[in-house]
Design a protein around this ligand. Structure first.
Ligand SMILES: [Cu+2]
Length: 122
């Protein structure tokens, strides 16, 4: 074993140094690791997050919202519903835009939440 290292040790060291230098030099070019794995996992994630499918966006005309407090209470009431992804209240335009999962909520639920707060959906 000692004989092996005294004969080949310097060569092994030389090869190791060359290997490291090549790796450093080829860091961006020869980047072969795990990219297919990344792609596979990315695809899975995509199907998990976008493949749910039934995301719908509706814009409702809401009468009676006059201030930031109204805006906040409508936003809060809608956000509290399970299946609602996002709520955007346009106070000046008297519009409420809701993005929701159609297999969990429907438009009637959204309208009810707004009327329950004391506002009128036109
Ligand atoms: Cu108000």
């Amino acid at each position: 074993m000692n004989e092996f290292f005294s004969n080949y040790g310097p060569w092994l060291l030389f090869i190791a140094v060359m290997f490291f230098m090549m790796r450093r030099g080829g860091c961006c070019g020869g980047h072969g690791h795990g990219h297919s794995g990344h792609k596979g996992r990315g695809g899975d994630n995509m199907s998990h997050c976008c493949g749910g499918g039934n995301v719908k966006t509706v814009t409702l005309n809401v009468e009676g919202m006059t201030c930031g407090h109204c805006k906040a209470s409508v936003e809060k009431a809608l956000s509290a519903i399970e299946g609602v992804n996002s709520v955007d209240v346009d106070l000046n335009g008297k519009k409420v835009t809701v993005s929701f999962q159609a297999d969990k909520v429907n438009e009637a639920d959204l309208k009810k939440a707004i009327t329950d707060q004391g506002y009128q959906v036109l």
